[in-house]
Ligand binder design. Structure first.
Ligand SMILES: *Cc1c(COP(=O)(O)O)cnc(C)c1O
Length: 391
């Protein structure tokens, strides 16, 4: 029911989300009638005798294939404007590019490691200030606000421990305090969670993950609630120039068409696997918002329509974890997530290797922790494989 209401809210005419993935204004090429969007592989566009201003002039500033992707994600997230980038981190850094020296940003302490790194290095060097807090308690955000605070950067569920932040409460607070709120919605995608409807100003994505969905392209997206904010992000997109090529945009567009069926299947398997792991004698803890014992489940259920396809778990020791990674036959031991292939990653040596050991320990990211992005393999095969790898 909730899904249905949210779905009609985004389309305005009652088309459900699954239909919008296929019929969103870009299902046929207006010139040839071809099904799908044309890949316009060009760097520049003929301007004729210059008597009229044409929509496209240079492909850093705009490209029709990229425009189709940008309009599609704006529709799906319920924003006014969207901009595509050469990677997820390019989307994040370009959105941060709208701020100025002297501005203070509050971010969740467990945002994507690369986002934290650019804030602690480049943006710090350019005069911006970061305070990282545990946003699972919104009071921590309130306490961190200073006179120069300009933005709030959130991510929920977080990585790799799937902690839940109450979006509505935090985004309401940001609006009242005059902060621009940015939500990284990579783990959920607009199928499960639409932060703009909950009050976010900007939604960012690593489209490399679920939106692309096939582990074959690096890309990023930013969607803005308002056209004014969109103009600011566009100035950075065009000015910094971290744009994706048309082939990459086309791959994300193709991936988006199957987002719902992929996520439905991957989530169903993830639920089954999380339950299975919870009962295994060599598993100490399972972190997944689809489990009844997850501390953030009530909040997550209220702000999203599903727990998604990423979970993590702690084995008995580092040796157990490394043996699991070596023994699993179906899961790739790799960074990244959101593809059709199941991926097992080892945060202490991969995504969180650059986080100091004491900080990792404080956050609960131990050397016995494994993160799983559940793919499209048969769930029984995955469980049998994991069973073997855990022995
Ligand atoms: C992967 C990821 C990013 C970075 O995206 P890239 O496409 O690798 O640059 C940002 N946020 C989250 C949550 C991610 O998982």
């Amino acid at each position: 029911m909730k899904n249905k209401e949210a779905n009609s809210a985004i389309s305005g005419k009652g088309d459900s989300f699954g239909t919008l993935l296929i019929h969103n204004g870009h299902e046929t090429d207006p010139v040839t009638g071809a099904l799908g969007t044309a890949i316009i592989q060009t760097s520049t566009f003929d301007q004729g005798d210059l008597s009229e201003e044409r929509e496209f002039d240079y492909a850093r500033s705009g490209n029709p294939t990229r425009k189709a992707l940008e309009e599609t994600i704006a529709l799906l997230e319920g924003g006014e404007k969207a901009y595509a980038f050469g990677s997820g981190i390019a989307a994040v850094s370009s959105c941060l590019g709208i701020f100025s020296a002297g501005d203070h940003i509050i971010a969740a302490e467990d945002i994507y490691g690369g986002s934290r790194r650019i804030l602690n290095t480049f943006y710090k060097r350019w005069g911006m200030e970061l305070t990282a807090v545990d946003t699972t308690d919104s009071e921590n955000i309130r306490r961190a606000v200073k006179s120069n605070t300009k933005a709030l950067l959130l991510e929920t569920p977080s990585n790799p421990l799937l902690k839940i932040t109450d979006l509505k409460t935090c985004l309401d607070f940001a609006r009242d305090a005059g902060l621009i709120s940015i939500v990284d919605n990579t783990f959920m995608t607009p199928y499960f969670q639409r932060p703009i409807e909950l009050g976010a100003d900007i939604v960012v994505h690593s489209a490399t993950k679920f939106l692309g969905g096939h582990s074959d392209v690096i890309s990023g997206l930013a969607v803005t609630r308002t056209a004014e904010l969109g103009d600011k992000v566009y100035a950075v997109q065009n000015g910094f120039g971290a744009v994706p090529g048309p082939w990459d945009c086309w791959l994300i567009l193709r991936g988006i068409k199957t987002l719902k069926v992929r996520l439905d299947a991957q989530q169903a398997s993830a639920i089954k696997i999380a339950r299975y792991l919870s009962t295994h004698k060599n598993v100490e803890a399972v972190y997944y918002p689809g489990l009844d014992n997850h501390p953030g489940k009530t909040i997550h259920d209220a702000q999203s329509t599903g727990p998604g396809a990423v979970l993590s778990f702690k084995t008995k020791s580092a040796e157990h974890a490394l043996r699991f990674l070596g023994q699993t036959r179906l899961a790739a031991s790799a960074v990244s997530l959101g593809g059709v292939e199941t991926i097992a990653s080892y945060p202490v040596r991969m995504s969180h290797a650059s986080v100091p050991v004491e900080e990792r320990r404080r956050l609960g990211i131990t050397d016995s922790l494994i993160r799983i992005s559940v793919g499209l393999e048969a769930d029984d095969d995955l469980i049998e494989d994991f069973n073997h790898a855990l022995e």
